[in-house]
Design a binder for this molecule. Structure first.
Ligand code: PLP
Length: 459
């Protein structure tokens, strides 16, 4: 049971009112949806863009704003699930893409920009060898294959509730409404996320709770005893799909120690934490260096891109030709030009001060609103990322997220936001991404919408 103590009847009543308000404001989106749904399931390109009864459609973005087909100017705290920390149509990124366009957009032949981006990543993330792909899913899929080839093992370990993309290896143990279904904490049952995933894949992926290093080690030891020692542990150093859940002090160090001791390849999936939390992501922030890193999202400043970093030792399976790490669009010149401009001209160390300033304001002011109305919620923030947790107890892993977070309230907050000129990532997670082009006015708007919500649910 969520611990927010907000009457579900009140939430339902407010949701109905806000849904009606949104419907009245979005007739053009509704029309587009009717057309879209004829040829696109749910009327969208990806199920993550869908919304019941229909999504809001957009035309363009500039700076911290996106513009809907219904003519609304909306402060973007969604930022393409965290891709657009640079903000929309940043002049340096636009110029880099335009200049590159004139010179040809795809060769499947190497170009200098990819070398320059790899040099930056090696310096920032402290791993020497890099390869490029086109998305986070590709990055995690290939990283896992590299780890399997390196160790000669098949089982993989992940954190329960963490998302690492949409391929079979990792669409496992992502979400569950009732923990009774998956058994005890020291022996979670592997469960598929949606249909179409082979049982063999499901069985090969073992999940453990976040922020619990002793439990992880115990599970590794059980798997060793069963003759299926994991090839790798893939994890986000800070979980970013349950709001934001930070690692407890000492946790990442312990994980590093345990994986090293047992010869399990440690993969930090920095698709969300990389770039958005520091130029060198979680590695820089917490000072723990894994064996491999996966990047995507903010790396390409809005163009499809991803990267895999690794130690010399691990990446030797690619160097030696043992693993075919390949792709027609890998190192695409447009993506590489955007990534280079982002690293060299936009995501420079001083812009993180601006992100810190804005995030601190958001956190302090949302906390002040919660205190004013004695509303059971707390904030978590790190650089461009943050969230309000609608819970009075701390969320440290998926189990406590299910137990404490009020999910109905999260859905209502999304509606309050969109009706007040703010968009954030849909779904349970309620995580914001600020961009370097956000200003005080965007923060004022967010806090005002939050106060409206808190005022109404505590009346
Ligand atoms: C941590 C993490 N890894 C991997 C992915 C998959 O990235 P993509 O959607 O680009 O395939 C995501 C996407 O949200 C993610 O959050």
């Amino acid at each position: 049971m969520a611990d927010s103590r907000i009457d579900p009847k009140l939430i339902a009543e407010l949701s109905e009112r806000e849904e009606k308000r949104l419907e009245e404001a979005t007739p053009k989106s509704h029309e587009l949806y009717k057309r879209a749904v004829k040829h696109m399931p749910m009327g969208v390109a990806s199920t993550y863009q869908a919304r019941d009864p229909y999504p809001v459609y957009f035309t363009h973005g500039k700076g911290s704003k996106v513009y809907s087909v219904d003519g609304e100017e909306i402060s973007d705290f969604h930022n393409g699930f965290g891709c657009m920390v640079q903000g929309h149509a940043h002049p340096a990124i636009v110029k880099a893409i335009r200049d590159r366009c004139e010179l040809g957009t795809q060769f499947a032949l190497p170009t200098e920009d990819s070398i320059i981006v790899a040099e930056h990543l090696a310096k920032n993330f402290k791993l020497p060898k890099w390869r490029f792909v086109n998305s986070g899913s590709e990055a995690t899929m290939d990283a896992i294959r590299v780890a399997r080839a390196f160790t000669g093992r098949e089982t993989i370990m992940k954190i329960f509730g963490s998302y690492h993309g949409h391929h079979d290896y990792v669409m496992v143990s992502l979400g569950v409404a009732d923990f009774g279904q998956i058994g005890p904490r020291d022996n979670y049952k592997s469960i598929p996320y949606g249909a179409g995933i082979p049982q063999a894949s499901i069985d090969m992926t073992i999940a453990v709770p976040f922020n619990d290093a002793p439990m992880m080690e115990a599970r590794i030891e059980t798997l060793i005893a069963e003759g299926r020692k994991p090839a790798c542990l893939i994890m986000e150093p800070a979980m970013m799909n349950l709001g934001v859940v930070l690692p407890e002090p000492g946790y990442l160090e312990a994980v590093r120690e345990i994986t090293k001791k047992h010869g399990v390849v440690l993969i930090f999936d920095e698709v969300k934490t990389g770039i958005c939390t520091a130029p060198g992501g979680a590695v820089e922030r917490w000072g723990v260096v894994p064996d491999m890193i996966t990047l995507a999202k903010a790396l390409g400043a809005g163009l499809p891109s991803g990267a895999i970093g690794g130690s010399d030792e691990v990446m030797d399976v690619v160097e030696s030709g043992k693993v075919f790490q390949v792709g027609t669009y890998s190192g695409n010149p447009l993506s590489m030009a955007a990534a280079r401009a982002s690293i060299e001209q936009v995501m420079t160390p001083d812009v993180y001060k601006h992100l810190d300033y804005l995030n601190d304001r958001l956190i302090k002011e949302c906390d002040a609103v919660a205190a004013k109305y004695q509303f059971p919620a707390y904030t978590v923030g790190i650089r461009s990322k943050g969230c309000v947790n609608f819970a009075s107890n701390k969320v440290t892993d998926y189990e406590s997220f299910i137990k404490y977070q009020d999910h109905e309230l999260v859905a209502l907050a999304w509606l309050y936001n969109i009706n007040r000129g703010i968009i954030i990532a849909p779904g349970r997670e309620e995580e914001w991404t600020l961009s370097v082009q956000h200003t005080d006015a965007d923060i004022d708007r967010y806090v005002a919408a939050y106060e409206d919500l808190v005022h109404d649910v505590t009346r």
